[in-house]
Design a protein around this ligand. Structure first.
Ligand code: NAD
Length: 482
C-alpha cells in the first residue's frame, strides 16, 4: 500500500508544512499508513490568507461563467478518478467501498449543480417611489472565507461548501478534518487541474490548532464550519465578538418514529440503513427510535435480526456492509457508552466488543440496539455518540411519540414511518427538525435542496441547493437613477 506525502496547497504551490508531524492511518488496518508529513502551522495559515486576499479581486471580477467553467472541469476530473479516489476514501475514512465511490461521484455532481446555479437570476428589481428611479438588490461575494470540515464526508461536504463559495466569487482557506487529508488533497488537485487560479483555494491540513488559526486570523471575512456542536459553539462565540458571519452545521441525535400502521419491512430496513451505514457516523444517522406499543416487540425482534446479519469488515472489501469507526478514540468512546448502557438499559442486541483478529485490531464496533427505560433513558438518548448504536423507546399514542422525537436539544433530521397520510402531515407540522423523511431513512440529503438543522444542530443559513448562496454572498440594495 502506498503512503501519500502530506502536502498543503498555498498560492498555487503544493508545499510541505511547517507544523507538527501528522500520521493518517487506515481505520480498518491501523498499521497501514495512508499519509504522513508535517501539518500546517499558524505561519502557513497566515500565508494562505495572504494568498487568498491577493487572489480575491481577480477571481471576483472573473465572469460567473468563467468561474463555473472551472467547477465543471473539476467535476470531470473527479469523475475520471471516481473509483480510484473512492477506494482511497474507504481506506482513509472507513466507509464501505460502495458508499465511498458514491460519495466521490456525488461531489462531482455538487460542483456541476453550483456551476449551473450561478447563472440563475439572483437579484431583484423593485419600483421606486421616486420618479426616474429603480431599486435593485444585487449580490456580491463576502470575500475571503475560512472553511473547516469534518471527517465523515471527506469530499462531499467540502464540495458543498467550496463549490458555492468559489462560484460566487469568494476565495477560500480550507482546513479539512485531521483524519482525511488525502481526499482533501484530491479535491484540491481536481480544482487545480481544472485551472483554478493560484491563491483562490488554499488547503491547510492539520489538527484543531490549524482550525483555531483559521478562525483567529484577522483577515477572515466569514467562516463556514461543519462538525460537532461543541466546537461549533466555541467558534461561533469567538466570531460573534468580532462581528464575523458564521455558518455552522452541527451535531444531531436523530430519531425515527415507527407508528403502529407502519409497513414494518420498510421501517426496519430504512432504520438499519440510517443507523448502521457509515458505522453510524453520519450527522443525519438514526440513533434514537420511538416505536408505538402495538408493534414494538415485533419491530425490535426484526431490527435485532437485521442488525445481527450486517457483515462488518475491512471497508475496501466489497462484501462488507459496515466498516470501522474513524479512530481508536471513537471506538473506545462508543464501546464505553455501550458498556455503561448495560447498567441502565435492556440490551436487544449488544454483542461483546471484538476481541481478536482484524475486527479487534481495527477500529470496529458491532451494531447494537438497546431499549431505554422511560424514566431515565440515559446518554444513549441524549448524547451524540457517532457510532452504530440505537436507543429505542416505546410510546402509547402518536402524539406521545412525536413528543419523544422532539425530546432532544438537537434538530437535524428525523424519519417517520406510517401508512396514514394524516399522521405524516401531523409529523410535518410538529417534528422540530430541519430535514424530515417520511418512510425513508433519516440519513441522506439531495444536493439541489436546502440542508441543515434547527436548534443545537445548526447556526446561520442553510447549505446546499439555491440556499447555499445566502451565506457566500452579501446583498446590496441599489437606488438607481439615471
Ligand atoms: P469536530 O467538531 O471534532 O471537528 C470538525 C472540524 O473542526 C475538524 O476539521 C477539526 O479538526 C476542527 N476543529 C476541532 N476543534 C477546533 C477548534 N477549537 N477550532 C477550530 N477548528 C476545530 O467534528 P468531527 O468529529 O470531524 O465530525 C463529526 C461531527 O460533525 C458530528 O458532531 C456530526 O454530527 C457533525 N456533522 C454535522 C453535519 C451537518 O451537516 N450538520 C455533517 C457532518 C458532520
Amino acid at each position: 500500500m502506498t503512503t501519500t506525502a502530506l502536502r498543503h496547497l498555498i498560492d498555487g504551490s503544493w508545499i510541505e508544512g511547517t507544523g507538527d508531524r501528522m500520521v493518517d492511518v487506515n481505520p480498518s488496518r491501523p498499521d497501514d499508513i495512508v499519509a504522513e508529513g508535517a501539518g500546517a502551522s499558524a505561519a502557513d495559515v497566515d500565508r494562505a490568507y495572504r494568498a487568498a486576499r491577493a487572489a480575491l479581486d481577480g477571481w471576483r471580477r472573473t465572469p460567473a461563467r468563467g468561474r463555473a467553467a472551472v467547477l465543471l472541469r473539476a467535476a470531470d476530473v473527479i469523475t475520471t478518478h471516481r473509483d480510484e479516489w473512492g477506494r482511497e476514501l474507504a481506506r482513509e475514512e472507513g466507509k464501505t467501498l460502495v458508499e465511498a465511490i458514491g460519495e466521490v461521484g456525488h461531489a462531482a455532481n455538487i460542483l456541476r449543480f453550483h456551476a449551473q446555479e450561478v447563472e440563475r437570476a439572483s437579484g431583484e428589481v423593485f419600483e421606486s417611489p421616486t420618479p426616474g428611479e429603480r431599486i435593485l438588490v444585487i449580490r456580491r461575494p463576502v470575500g475571503v472565507v475560512g472553511a473547516i470540515t469534518p471527517f465523515n464526508f471527506p469530499i462531499s461536504i467540502p464540495a458543498w461548501k467550496l463549490a458555492p463559495a468559489l462560484v460566487w466569487g469568494n476565495t477560500v482557506v480550507w482546513k479539512p478534518a485531521t483524519f482525511v487529508p488525502v481526499l482533501a488533497m484530491r479535491f484540491a488537485q481536481a480544482l487545480e487541474e481544472a485551472g483554478l487560479p493560484n491563491g483562490v483555494l488554499n488547503l491547510v491540513n492539520g489538527t484543531a490548532d490549524v482550525g483555531e488559526a483559521i478562525v483567529a486570523h484577522p483577515d477572515v471575512d466569514a467562516v463556514t464550519f461543519t462538525g460537532s456542536t461543541k466546537v461549533g459553539r466555541i467558534i461561533a462565540s469567538q466570531l460573534a465578538s468580532r462581528g464575523i458571519p458564521f455558518q455552522g452545521e452541527l451535531g444531531g441525535k436523530n430519531a425515527s418514529l415507527v407508528l403502529e400502521d407502519a409497513d414494518l419491512d420498510v421501517a426496519v430496513e430504512q432504520i438499519a440503513v440510517g443507523a448502521f451505514r457509515a458505522a453510524g457516523q453520519k450527522c443525519t444517522a438514526t440513533s434514537r427510535v420511538v416505536v408505538q406499543d402495538a408493534v414494538a416487540d415485533e419491530f425490535l425482534r426484526r431490527l435485532a435480526e437485521r442488525a445481527r446479519g450486517i457483515v462488518v469488515g475491512d471497508a475496501v472489501d466489497e462484501s462488507v456492509e459496515m466498516g470501522p469507526v474513524v479512530d481508536a478514540g471513537a471506538r473506545d468512546r462508543v464501546t464505553d457508552a455501550i458498556g455503561r448502557a448495560h447498567g441502565y438499559a435492556l440490551p436487544v442486541l449488544a454483542p461483546e466488543p471484538y476481541r481478536s483478529g482484524l475486527l479487534a485490531d481495527g477500529y470496529f464496533v458491532p451494531p447494537s440496539v438497546f431499549e431505554l427505560p422511560a424514566d431515565a433513558p440515559g446518554e444513549l438518548w441524549t448524547e451524540e455518540l457517532f457510532g452504530p448504536v440505537v436507543g429505542v423507546r416505546r410510546a402509547s399514542t402518536p402524539a406521545d411519540a412525536v413528543s419523544l422525537v422532539n425530546d432532544s436539544e438537537y434538530g437535524l433530521s428525523a424519519a417517520v414511518f406510517t401508512t396514514d397520510l394524516s399522521q405524516a402531515l401531523i409529523a410535518m407540522e410538529n417534528v422540530r427538525v430541519g430535514v424530515l423523511h417520511v418512510n425513508s431513512a433519516s440519513a441522506g440529503a439531495d444536493l439541489h435542496v436546502p440542508f441543515g438543522g434547527t436548534r443545537s444542530s445548526a447556526f446561520g443559513p442553510k447549505e446546499q441547493g439555491a440556499a447555499a448562496k445566502e451565506f457566500y454572498t452579501e446583498t446590496a440594495t441599489v437606488y438607481l437613477k439615471g
